[in-house]
Design a protein around this ligand. Structure first.
Ligand code: PMV
Length: 320
């Protein structure tokens, strides 16, 4: 009745923003991401017949903030009549600050809970279950470059290129570590209802996905850089034009973009992307990783830095 799994966050290059079905948490658009190697969430799930309620510890401390969403995830996997569970989560990076902590958390708990419930599920089914908890979590079931496709009634994820086949580096510049003001689920709905750019976003996504797909297949860094930055700024434009406006950036976020532009001006292979938070993720060629890290570290307002390569999908650590 016990399972422990480890999953890594992923960063979308072609973003998911908006839902076509809020009940089943189905995304309105497909997306393409990269799974990171050095950051992780480990989740241990133990079903216990003697427990009256689920319990959660985060990095060793009792913390109920995520418990309702994690409990629903366990219900979906083990059924609502399941035994209550001890859940222990350990994470080596800041939670809920636009670093995709929900992606690694829900990917890890899905794999851990399926094992603890004695269910042998295909990776596709695990991705679909994780996606019902957090859209981006489905992608963390897979490693390297991952595409999430919208199917008729579900989603389908797959690795489109292995990490080893194009070993890019990612530098995460942390500019603020508090939890975000508006969670992504609520923010996506505000955008869908109020942003004048939302319908154009949906219409254009297929084109951006196709460009990114071919850039990845051809290992064309410049092409991937251009479409990733465009898709990111387009997503933030939708947010900025929502009512109320959704602005996740701070002054240091903007300064990091200027740093990346300066590095590009010196012909370094680097591009940026930003999710629903103030951190800047710089994707670069491994040979430029030190120069990019040094420049971002020296950027005013950057409080911390994480450097990582691309990694694997979610994995079970122990069996039931
Ligand atoms: O999966 P969620 O609900 O945390 O939404 C993720 C949304 C973005 O990170 C902004 C984009 C993405 O595709 O990961």
């Amino acid at each position: 009745m016990q399972g422990t799994a480890i999953a890594r966050p992923n960063i979308a290059l072609i973003k998911y923003w908006g839902k076509r079905d809020t009940k089943r948490n189905l995304p309105a658009v497909g997306s393409i991401s990269i799974t990171l190697r050095e950051l992780f969430t480990r989740m241990a799930v133990e079903f216990d017949a003697s427990l009256g309620a689920d319990t959660l510890t985060v990095n060793g401390t009792p913390d109920n903030a995520m418990l309702p969403r994690l409990a629903s995830c366990l219900d979906r996997i083990a059924g609502p009549d399941r035994h209550r569970a001890h859940i222990a989560s350990d994470c080596n990076f800041p939670i809920a600050a636009g670093l995709a902590s929900s992606a690694s958390a829900f990917a890890a708990i899905t794999v851990a809970a399926a094992a603890a419930a004695g269910k042998e599920l295909e990776r596709d089914s695990l991705a679909s279950l994780a996606g019902q908890a957090s859209g981006s979590a489905a992608r963390s079931l897979f490693g390297g470059f991952v595409e999430l496709k919208n199917m008729d009634d579900d989603i389908r994820c797959a690795t489109i290129l292995d990490a080893a086949d194009w070993p890019l580096s990612v530098i995460v510049a942390i500019t603020e570590t508090g939890p975000k003001a508006v969670g992504s689920t609520e923010a996506m709905e505000i955008s869908r209802r109020t942003s004048p750019f939302y319908s154009t976003w949906i219409q254009q996504q297929e084109q951006d996905l196709a460009t990114a797909r071919s850039a990845i297949a051809e290992r064309d860094f410049e092409k991937l850089a251009a479409v990733t930055e465009h898709n990111c700024l387009k997503m933030h434009s939708i947010m900025w034009a929502s009512r109320p406006p959704l602005v996740y950036w701070n002054a240091a976020t903007m300064r990091c973009l200027e740093t990346v532009r300066q590095l590009q001006g010196q012909s370094l292979g680097v591009f940026f992307t930003i999710d629903a938070g103030p951190q800047v993720k710089a994707v670069c060629l491994p040979e430029h990783s030190d120069a990019v890290a040094n420049a971002l570290r020296a950027t005013a307002g950057v409080t911390d830095l994480m450097v990582t390569g691309l990694g694997d999908g979610a994995k079970l650590e122990t069996d039931a």
